[in-house]
Structures are given as structure tokens and as C-alpha cells.
Design a protein around this ligand. Structure first.
Ligand code: ADP
Ligand code: MG
Length: 232
């Protein structure tokens, strides 16, 4: 199995604030993995460290097996790891279509292009020339996923993609994530909705206090075990 992303014993900081304490995580080709844990344990900081937005001071990050000694924001996408950031980050003043096209800026070849994204999310085609920020929350999330796919990634990091969305939209996104996974793209799903985790992920990693503290297989019996890692 080809390794797409690995963190080994990573320590990361925001200024003097020490957030990740020996964080370890592996995602292989074609896997769907959930990263779970209570608010504030450092899940987003894992993403930020990969992007160079939090400072790595110890440990090793590899993307596609290559050691990334000094992560920079563009490096992950160039190497096939696209991010759907927490809060979506749809660019204001750009239309839906322009937001999508931005996702292709890394210039990786692959199956995804604007027409294919519109097949996956017909609503985005209907709203192609609307400002991206004028969409509903659920539609903005679809746009963020479409923009990530435009980079033709081998792995997508999804940071709380269903936060604040209605259950019916969460279900729709779950179906989409499974379609994307079935087409061969690996997923790292950061999520608070454990029902969605059981629908999408095959494996989970649980974090507490900036480190991985448990991992296991996700199946129909996992719900109770998963909830233990996110209860307040
Ligand atoms: N820019 C920042 N500067 C300092 N501390 C931060 C910053 N962003 C997040 N933190 C702190 O880092 C910790 C982990 O945050 P985060 O990675 O966002 O957690 P999660 O995504 O698991 O909810 C929290 O205690 C949070 O307050
Ligand atoms: Mg977060």
C-alpha cells in the first residue's frame, strides 16, 4: 500500500503555544480514515501543520513518501493532498465557477474538471455565475469539496465538512464522500458526527491533547466506541 500522508511524532506550535505533542498518523492510498476528538484537541492544527500554518518543531511529515522538512501552503496540493478547510473559505467576489477553477491552479492531471464537478453537484452548475458566498451553507460546502477535487488529489483532508448543516444535507454529503472514495481518492475526514463517520470511514484515529490516543476499525458496532472519544 502506497503511503499518501504520514506524520510521525510531530510537535507543532502557534507562536509559543505548544499544540501537537508527538502526533502520529498514516493514510494510505484509497483509504477512508476519520480523525476524531473533542473540540480543541488539535485536529485542525494537524491540517495547519501540513500546510505550514502551524510551526513544526519536531517529528516528520511525509507526503507520498517524500519528507516535507519545511511545509508551505502550496506543497500539499502540488503533491496530491487537497484540503477542504474548516469554515469552507469560499473566496468572496469570485463566482462559483471561478472558485472551482481556482482549485485547479496546481495543474495536476486527472479525472476532475468543471463539467465532472457539475455532474457530481448539479446545483453548482445552476449557480455557476453566482458569487460563491451567496450560496447556502450546504452549497458552499459542496463548492469547497468541488474546489478540492479540481486539484485532482489522491487524498482529500475534510475538516468538519458538515459543521452547522441540516441533517438532510449531511446525508447528501455522505453519499458524495462515498462516491469520491469509490472513485479511488483517499479521505481523511475530521468529523464530529459519528453517524457520518460510520457511513464513510473504514478506520479511525482519535486524538486527545495534541496526540493520537486510540485507533481502530470502523464498522456497524463502532458507534459507541467512537462516541467515547468526542463526548464532553
Ligand atoms: N492561531 C492560534 N493561536 C494560538 N492557539 C490556537 C490557534 N488556533 C488554535 N489554537 C489553539 O490550539 C488548540 C487546538 O485547536 P484546533 O487544532 O483548532 O482544535 P480542533 O480542530 O481539534 O477543535 C486549541 O486549544 C486552540 O485554542
Ligand atoms: Mg477544528
Amino acid at each position: 500500500m502506497k503511503s499518501l500522508l504520514s506524520l510521525e511524532n510531530v510537535d507543532a506550535f502557534y507562536g509559543a503555544a505548544h499544540i501537537l505533542h508527538g502526533m502520529t498518523l498514516h493514510v494510505n492510498e484509497g483509504e477512508s480514515v476519520a480523525l476524531i476528538g473533542r473540540n480543541g484537541v488539535g485536529k485542525t492544527t494537524v491540517v495547519n501543520t501540513i500546510l505550514g500554518l502551524a510551526a513544526m518543531r519536531a517529528g516528520t511529515i511525509r507526503i507520498g513518501g517524500e519528507v516535507i522538512a519545511k511545509p508551505r501552503t502550496y506543497m500539499a496540493a502540488q503533491r496530491g493532498v487537497a484540503v477542504v478547510p474548516q469554515g469552507r473559505c469560499i473566496i468572496e467576489n469570485l463566482t462559483v465557477e471561478e472558485n472551482l477553477i481556482l482549485g485547479a491552479a496546481v495543474g495536476r492531471k486527472g479525472p476532475w474538471n468543471v463539467p465532472e464537478i457539475y455532474k457530481l453537484f448539479p446545483i453548482l452548475q445552476e449557480r455557476a455565475h453566482t458569487p460563491g458566498t451567496a450560496l447556502s451553507g450546504g452549497q458552499q460546502q459542496m463548492l469547497a469539496v468541488g474546489r478540492a477535487l479540481m486539484a485532482n488529489p489522491s487524498l482529500i483532508l475534510l475538516d468538519e465538512p458538515t459543521e452547522g448543516l441540516a441533517p438532510v444535507i449531511v446525508d447528501q454529503l455522505g453519499v458524495i464522500f462515498n462516491k469520491v472514495a469509490a472513485q479511488g481518492t483517499a479521505l481523511l475526514l475530521i468529523e464530529q458526527n459519528m453517524t457520518l463517520v460510520t457511513r464513510v470511514a473504514k478506520r479511525y484515529i482519535a486524538m486527545a491533547k495534541g496526540a493520537a490516543v486510540a485507533e481502530g476499525i470502523v464498522d456497524d458496532e463502532s458507534l459507541e466506541e467512537l462516541h467515547k472519544h468526542v463526548m464532553v
